[in-house]
Design a protein around this ligand. Structure first.
Ligand code: IPM
Ligand code: MG
Length: 358
């Protein structure tokens, strides 16, 4: 009997539903080729649903979603709703509620012409960022004192736990070993100014001793952004805290061709995990059939790899890489001249021919 996966899908806001639609067509096609099935349950959460019902992500739905094998999310965020309300109620709720402690963000350039950096080739831009995903300033411990007065004080805790730091770092060492490329892990922090990050320094050293085959490197976040532009080939596997990872991976997305290709996995190894494009809901392009769905297609690829279907994952990746190299998909923005659906068509039609190991 072929394997059957149950996928919870939250298309969300803005361009989310359009790009997810194409991601699901690719999923269905690759499943047929590789011989498994994917059963999809759609959830309506996002701005439209919130404005109609005042519901963000109700508990029973959260529990139901938890029962799936994986979650595919489009994008969340809408100018009609207060800043952060849906982001925290849906994205953060899933990340924290499901304890998805790793945010895995591959940075891979598929075709040299997509890179804004001079003289960088695909072999120069191929690294992966392991972003800690459940702590730091995102823990939601904030408050105001004397709010709205000239004496107002606002605070938000940047918090790190030994457990949270260690599990992200350990995941990253394992990944550096599994990638088997430069066998190098770079810790990115700001321990020179944020002294609480000494916890990262010490944990990295301690855990690192268990991985003598992996070289340990270090860069402060400010320097890391500089290296990312100047010498991206210097990176293989990177591990960093939640907020630095958020910032670094938007920059990194640009050197791999833009947010139109960048995908991420929010993982708790062994448990239900969530996959999404890194880009946002881009309200100004919503409903216009111009958004590029490739990042979501790549999120589907990551999801299948996670679910134990590496051939299907590779088939999608090879297909996308081929279409980008040949310029049949000429760019990754909304200006490619191809509609959202047309890009989906190209991927779906080309999957069969992708070269994957038997
Ligand atoms: C991301 C996003 C989110 C984050 C926002 C939407 C809360 O920027 O996934 O990188 O900051 O984590
Ligand atoms: Mg971000």
């Amino acid at each position: 009997m072929s394997k059957a996966f149950h996928i919870a899908v939250i298309p969300g806001d803005g361009i989310g539903p359009e790009v997810v639609e194409q991601g699901l067509r690719v999923l269905e096609r690759v499943a047929a080729i590789e011989g498994f099935t994917a059963r999809v349950t759609r959830y309506p959460f996002g701005a439209e649903h919130f404005l109609k019902t005042k519901e963000v992500l109700p508990d029973p739905a959260f529990e139901e979603i938890r029962g799936h094998d994986a979650i595919l999310l489009g994008a969340i965020g809408d100018p009609r709703v207060a800043v952060g309300h849906l982001e925290f109620g849906i994205i953060a709720r899933l990340r924290f509620g499901l304890d998805l402690y790793v945010n895995l963000r591959p940075v891979k350039l598929y075709a040299a012409h997509l890179c804004p950096l001079k003289d960088k080739r695909p072999e120069d831009v191929d690294f992966v960022v392991v972003r800690e995903n459940t702590e730091d300033a995102y823990a939601g411990m904030y408050g105001y004192f004397k709010k709205g007065t000239p004496d107002e004080i606002a605070t938000q805790e940047i918090l790190f736990t030994r457990k949270g730091t260690e599990r992200a770092i350990r995941y990253a060492f394992e990944l550096a070993r599994k990638r088997n490329r430069a066998k190098k892990l770079t810790l990115v922090d700001k321990a020179n100014a944020v002294r609480a990050m000494d916890l990262w320094t010490r944990t990295f050293e301690e855990v690192g001793r268990e991985y003598p085959d992996i070289a340990r490197e270090h860069a402060y976040i400010d320097a890391a952004t500089m290296w990312c532009v100047k010498n991206p080939e210097w990176f293989d596997t990177v591990v960093t805290s939640n907020m630095f990872g958020d910032i670094l991976t938007d920059l990194a997305a640009m050197i791999q061709g833009g947010l139109g290709v960048a995908a991420s996995g929010n993982l708790h190894p062994g448990r239900v995990s969530l996959f999404e494009p890194i880009h946002g809901s881009a309200p100004k392009y919503a409903g216009k059939n111009v958004a590029n769905p490739i990042a979501t297609v790549m999120a589907v690829s990551m999801m299948l790899d996670y679910l134990g279907e590496p051939r299907a994952a590779q088939r999608i990746e090879e297909t996308v890489a081929g279409l980008l190299r040949s310029k049949r998909i000429p760019s990754l923005g909304s200006d490619s001249g191809l509609s959202t659906r047309a890009v989906g068509d190209l991927v779906v039609e080309s999957l069969e021919r992708a070269k994957v190991p038997a």
